[in-house]
Design a protein around this ligand. Structure first.
Ligand SMILES: Cc1cc2nc3c(=O)[nH]c(=O)nc-3n(C[C@H](O)[C@H](O)[C@H](O)COP(=O)(O)OP(=O)(O)OC[C@H]3O[C@@H](n4cnc5c(N)ncnc54)[C@H](O)[C@@H]3O)c2cc1C
Length: 329
């Protein structure tokens, strides 16, 4: 494959997102011979620190600086990317809210294939890329063949490729600002107004080292007590999946996931949580994941360091008792 592979870098406050190194790892899995080009767009001084940071992990960094990108929207960014990317390039974008907004329209404008939500690449079959996707909340893996010879925009699920921290020398930073031409924004296009920070509840789970996280498997609000008892025994905080918030058993600030909080604990216990990607997408860093679920095929076991197949309603009270015994004895 002689095509250039690009990784679009999400960043905030001058720091590349965790997906940056994941996309570079994904690009190298897609094409082991690729020299990956990172694309960093935005406005202000912090852009240079993002470029410098990713430069050591890839061959080139293309920088686009534009006041319209002070807060990046897909509509503002797309025409700039279209004006600099080669027609047959392979563009990797994280499969998050922003990537899902950006990628389909970008593929149309580049006249390139669109492959959403890839979790792995398994080489080529008769010249077509063989990508792996997960369906039905990760219960089923599917193989998708795509002809990417004339370019492709691929969204890559966050967390599915292990971030590769290897330094590969100092990538050259190329300023593409002058070549990146703005298109006219469509009438009624979205405009950025302000950032409203999510409310912090009684516990800030983004700061917790140990999270005891509960899902729909807890079955009843009356059973929630056993989760708090385990968290106390472990010296951790309680977090949850979205159905627990929807049921109003815990406040929104304790929800882990793509529409909840992003957490970076050292230990993460997933209790009666299936492991939907919207939930696992909120787990960052390299936590030690302990999953307890009565379904041995639950997708959470794919990301677990320790997996226990059992009923949490039986297992957790016994575990709490044992921990308390060990602590007192
Ligand atoms: C746009 C969007 C954004 C979303 N954002 C989020 C988000 O931020 N966070 C989030 O969590 N979800 C989010 N979701 C929802 C997500 O898709 C899943 O529906 C949700 O994560 C499932 O929660 P769960 O694992 O608790 O429940 P379920 O998927 O119902 O899983 C329950 C699990 O418990 C197990 N179980 C049942 N009883 C027991 C028992 N007694 N003992 C042990 N195991 C048991 C079952 O085997 C099952 O695996 C989002 C969805 C959408 C569409």
């Amino acid at each position: 494959m002689a095509q250039q592979v690009f990784a679009y870098i999400i960043h905030k406050d001058g720091v590349p997102d965790d997906t940056a190194l994941e996309l570079i790892a994904a690009a190298e899995k897609l094409d082991p011979d690729a020299s990956v080009t990172a694309v960093v767009a935005g406005d202000g001084n912090e852009l240079d620190s993002v470029c410098n940071e990713v430069a050591s992990s890839c061959a080139e960094v293309w920088k686009i600086e534009n006041p319209a990108l002070a807060y990046i929207t897909a509509e503002a960014l797309r025409p700039l990317l279209v004006s600099i990317l080669p027609k047959d390039g392979i563009v990797l974008v994280p499969h998050d809210h922003f990537g899902m907004d950006l990628a389909p329209g970008l593929s149309i404008k580049l006249d390139a294939a669109y492959l959403p939500d890839a979790v792995d690449f398994e080489g080529f079959d008769n010249g077509e890329l063989k990508a792996v996707r997960e369906e039905y909340s990760g219960q089923v893996s599917t193989h998708v063949l795509s002809d990417i010879s004339e370019g492709a925009v691929i969204t890559v699920r966050p967390g599915s490729f292990k971030a590769d921290e290897r330094k590969r020398g100092e990538g050259q930073i190329i300023d593409k600002t002058d070549q990146a031409i703005e298109g006219s924004l469509p009438a009624g296009a979205r405009r950025f107004l302000e950032i409203i920070e999510a409310e912090v509840g009684d516990v800030d789970i983004t700061k917790s080292d140990i999270l005891v996280s509960v899902g729909r498997g807890i079955e009843d609000q009356d059973n929630m007590e056993i989760i708090f008892e385990l968290a106390e025994a472990m010296g951790g905080d309680v977090s949850c999946s979205r159905p627990i918030v929807d049921a109003k058993w815990l406040e929104k600030s304790r929800q882990v996931g793509t529409s909840g909080q992003t957490v970076k604990p050292k230990v993460y216990m997933a209790l009666g949580i299936s492991g939907a990607f919207q939930h696992v997408g909120g787990l960052k860093g390299t936590p030690f994941v302990i999953a307890i679920n009565k379904n041995p095929r639950a997708p959470i076991f794919q990301v677990a360091d320790v997996g226990i197949v059992d009923d949490i309603l039986d297992f957790i009270p016994e575990l709490t008792e044992r921990i308390n015994e060990l602590k007192s004895g």
